[in-house]
Write a protein that binds this ligand. Structure first.
Ligand SMILES: CC(C)(COP(=O)(O)OP(=O)(O)OC[C@H]1O[C@@H](n2cnc3c(N)ncnc32)[C@H](O)[C@@H]1OP(=O)(O)O)[C@@H](O)C(=O)NCCC(=O)NCCS
Length: 165
């Protein structure tokens, strides 16, 4: 069974493999991370761990039994009990409910482990898969998301009240 694990230093090689293998797949629906991210991956990974250590976010990887990363699920911009949610799932396991199940699991963790009350996520109008994931995980649309939120695209902010169960 794949396991949702808190990001740690030892995940670096598997995360890089995941990001490289799925780079063009992800870039079809969200902003590409850019060459610099890949060129300086070790520093990027450390910076993320420092942010996590400082309490600015909580970063998770879905790890398969063989140690490979199947997906990334991040809570970031913590502020007054609210955080933003971002996620990406490997093309190899697309369409099997991995994102939906893991976002549901992360909602529970967000409340129980991180004391969060509200999660927000922005997705573009053309990202139908992500809209489906959010809707099935109990998120509701709350307003427009603009190019600054979505790498130049128009879309919608979704929100889930975690205290509502
Ligand atoms: C969005 C993403 C996380 C979905 O991951 P996933 O594990 O394949 O998602 P799930 O299998 O849980 O559910 C996807 C839902 O969208 C539907 N779907 C998948 N691709 C679709 C498409 N191209 N058009 C319409 N619906 C689509 C699936 O049928 C499913 O809905 P259903 O259960 O009602 O049939 C994945 O596609 C991804 O990583 N994309 C790139 C990064 C990204 O867009 N992240 C979200 C940013 S807001």
């Amino acid at each position: 069974m794949p396991e949702l694990q808190r990001l740690r230093p030892g995940h670096a090689p598997a995360v890089l493999t995941f990001e490289l293998a799925n780079r063009s797949y992800f870039a079809a629906s969200i902003s590409d991370r850019g060459d610099e991210y890949f060129d300086q991956f070790a520093a990027q990974h450390s910076a993320l761990l420092d942010e996590q250590e400082a309490g600015a976010g909580a970063y998770y990887v879905l790890v398969d039994e063989d140690g490979s990363v199947l997906g990334r699920f991040n809570l970031y911009r913590f502020s007054d009990g609210t955080a933003e949610l971002g996620y990406r799932v490997a093309q190899d396991v697309a369409g099997r409910g991995v994102a939906t199940a893991t976002v549901r699991e992360l909602c529970q963790l967000a409340a129980a482990r991180h004391g969060l009350h509200t999660l927000r996520a922005a997705t573009s109008h053309d990202n139908v898969a992500s809209q489906q994931v959010l809707a099935k995980a109990g998120f509701v649309p709350v307003g427009p998301a603009g190019p600054a939120d979505l790498g130049g695209k128009q879309g919608t902010w979704y929100q889930r009240d975690l205290d509502a169960g």
